[in-house]
Design a protein around this ligand. Structure first.
Ligand code: GCW
Length: 662
């Protein structure tokens, strides 16, 4: 009987023993020590500080190297959130100017340990490239996420503030481990409700969890809140009672959350309310909010993603609206600008606003959630896209005025600096839907911390931390990652094509899409302009002249067809089908080759991945394998749909050596 009971108990345990590797641990897979083999001393600070205590605990739990001293030196202000690590003989000394610097240093040491890196004998000094490194959640209060592909929102609004999901702390730890120090909890298409007392209590509960990880909470606000919540007749930013309402709201928020970060605002864009509803400007709106937050040190991130259905080119509109306001924003306002002038397309030129508005603080907005890159089904590693943008030269102050420099403090009026990305996180057990989408969250954090890191270095780190350090795994998988963004551009929208997406959901191709009476600037034809003569959007001086928004010499580089980089050719020009590309191929033939190449690259990724089976756990292996299968099918779908549709205009055959449409 006893034997049977034991057997039964063992059987019941099997599902737990065989618990699938679900990816929930992200890149934080440090192995716990049985017993501490080193010491962690704290000098000159109260170890009772929760952030310092956390830094110490992480090291005690996982650090296998020499003894460590943690020290705060408030005089070393220039370190900001950063740290200095000195190693002499058998001791490691970590110095930071703030407690959070010690926590970041602890993760630095653990990252080195886990990736097999060496602590060089010389000093390590790390100072973050941006002061505010922020995730933007597009999470709605009903639990859905706009453009979210990893399940519902992490925030269980209905349970808050009483019940705290353990994932809140895991989320904070993951962010802290890569230097992210700010989170905007809700969608930029904001519900006014988030500012009512009930929701603020919930926001406070989250802020209280995140605080010791150095993360400040921000909210997206609806510009009409004074009218919707406060019952005022309108929300005109120049009305005294409106200003008073926001001041009182700021006071209420800071009483609950003394380190509240500030507001993110989408105004007068895609139907959202804003100051223009009252004949006021973006600066009037932003400054009113900035004044309300100023006494508490709060910030306003005011988005420049604005466009209207006018006759003029959508790509020009943000610049047209914002440049006249240069120098008119308060010093706690940063204008938040999407990386490209249209909308997170697989490839866009950089947004010309980065090279303009010298008297205005500017920040980048990237998108981690893959709205235009195959959702959470496609493996697309985004660091190469981020690097391409950061390294783009705006020529604002002559050669070398890269976006990285223009958004860092030297190029940004020495004000507070920031960088944002739209999060790809949801309730999925692996957080991001696709195991490899975790790498995009990771890469954003690492680049926000150090905007000079290479895509390859970040990929190498992430693979080592997340999967395996075996070279036979790391090298080929890194190659997949590094080639994946260009593959997606090839099978979706090569040569500068953009917005060929199916209406509204943006997953598959619909270059033919047309809704009678619909907004022309939401129709793919508006962007590709295919006709019997050629294809592409003429933004040269003969067309919309969007090229004039770029500083010389870029205006001519982009504006003269022969000088234009081929990967942006159809963004800036309407090009004849028989135009000779640098390769000697005609435009039509080159287009066919790009689409085909995209498909072939994904097939290659599949083959490489199949060979990786022996290196990792079966669960993640199979999950990635089946997603790659989907991606390969989607790539063929994109190729066939786009080529067959454009062929109606080019009237030319698809070269015989390429794969035929199915
Ligand atoms: O890319 C578009 C998305 C919208 C989004 C908007 C924005 C939050 O399709 O869903 O709205 O951008 O950035 O405001």
């Amino acid at each position: 009987m006893r034997v049977q009971l034991l057997l039964l108990m063992a059987l019941l345990c099997i599902p737990f023993l065989a618990r699938p590797e679900d990816g929930s641990q992200l890149w934080l897979r440090f192995s716990k020590l049985g017993k501490a083999i080193h010491g962690v001393d704290i000098l000159g600070i109260k170890s009772a500080d929760p952030t310092v205590a956390l830094a110490k605990q992480e090291l005690l739990d996982y650090w296998k190297g020499a003894a460590i001293t943690l020290q705060i030196d408030v005089k070393q202000k220039q370190l900001k959130d950063g740290y200095q690590i000195n190693q002499n003989e058998k001791k490691i000394q970590v110095v930071a100017s703030r407690p959070i610097g010690l926590l970041y240093a602890a993760y630095h040491l653990l990252r080195l340990q886990e990736t097999g890196g060496q602590l060089s004998s010389s000093k390590i000094i790390e100072i973050p490239s941006y002061d505010i490194r922020v995730l933007n959640h597009w999470d709605n209060l009903d639990g859905t996420i706009e453009r979210g592909y990893a399940g519902h929102s992490l925030w269980h609004w209905a349970e808050l503030p009483k019940k705290l999901s353990p994932r809140y702390e895991q989320y904070a730890r993951a962010n802290a481990s890569i230097g992210i120090n700010a989170t905007v909890l809700n969608n930029v298409n904001a519900s006014a409700q988030v500012l009512d007392a009930g929701y603020l209590a919930k926001v406070k509960a989250l802020a209280d969890v995140f605080r010791k990880y150095g993360i400040k909470v921000y909210l997206s606000v609806n510009f009409s809140s004074p009218k919707i919540l406060g019952g005022l007749p309108d929300s005109d930013p120049l009305r005294k009672d409106v200003q008073r309402w926001w001041k009182a709201k700021a006071k209420e928020i800071y009483t609950l959350i003394p380190d509240f970060g500030g507001f993110l605002v989408k105004a007068n864009s895609e139907g959202q309310p804003g100051p223009q509803d009252y004949g006021r400007t973006h600066a009037d709106g932003a400054n009113m909010l900035a004044d309300a937050l100023k006494p508490y040190g709060g910030m306003v991130f005011w988005r420049a993603f604005v466009y209207h259905p006018t006759k003029d080119d959508r790509a020009k509109q943000a610049y047209q609206e914002f440049v006249p306001l240069d120098g008119k924003f308060r010093d706690n306002v940063i204008v938040q600008i999407k990386n490209g002038p249209i909308d997170f397309q697989p490839r866009e030129p950089f947004n010309p606003l980065f090279g303009a508005m010298p008297h205005t603080a500017k920040m980048l907005e990237f998108q981690l959630t893959q709205e235009y890159l195959g959702f959470s089904n496609h493996l697309v590693y985004l660091a190469p896209l981020f690097r391409e943008v950061l390294d783009s030269d705006t020529f604002a102050h002559g050669e070398g005025s890269t976006i990285a420099k223009m958004t860092a403090s030297s190029g940004n009026l020495h004000r507070e600096t920031a960088i944002a990305a739209v999060a790809n996180i949801g309730q999925d057990s692996n957080w991001t839907g696709h195991h490899f989408a975790q790498a995009n969250w990771y890469a954003f954090g690492r680049l926000a911390w150090n905007n000079t890191l290479s895509s390859a270095q970040i990929a190498g780190e992430w693979i080592g931390l997340t999967f395996s350090r075996e070279e036979a795994f790391v090298d080929p998988v890194k190659q997949i990652m590094l080639n994946s963004r260009e593959a997606a551009v090839d099978y979706m929208m090569p040569l500068g094509l953009h917005h060929l997406f199916a209406f509204d959901h943006h997953y598959g191709p619909e270059p033919w899409g047309d809704i009678p009476g619909g907004r022309p600037d939401w129709m793919p034809w508006y962007y590709h302009n295919a006709d019997s003569l050629g294809i592409g959007f003429d933004r040269s001086i003969y067309g919309s002249n969007a090229v004039a928004q770029y500083n010389p010499p870029l205006d001519k580089r982009y504006g003269v067809r022969a000088n234009c980089p081929e990967n942006l050719l159809l963004w800036f020009h309407h090009v004849p089908w028989d135009y000779r590309m640098k390769s000697g191929k005609t435009l039509w033939t080159a287009l066919c080759y790009h689409y085909d190449q995209g498909v072939q690259k994904v097939r290659e990724f599949q083959k490489v991945w199949d060979r990786m089976e022996k290196h990792i756990d079966p669960y993640r292996f199979k999950s990635v394998q089946s997603k790659l299968r989907m991606q390969a099918r989607d790539a063929v779908w994109w190729k066939d749909a786009c080529l067959q549709y454009f062929q109606l205009f080019s009237g030319q055959p698809i070269p015989y050596e390429l794969e035929r449409p199915i």
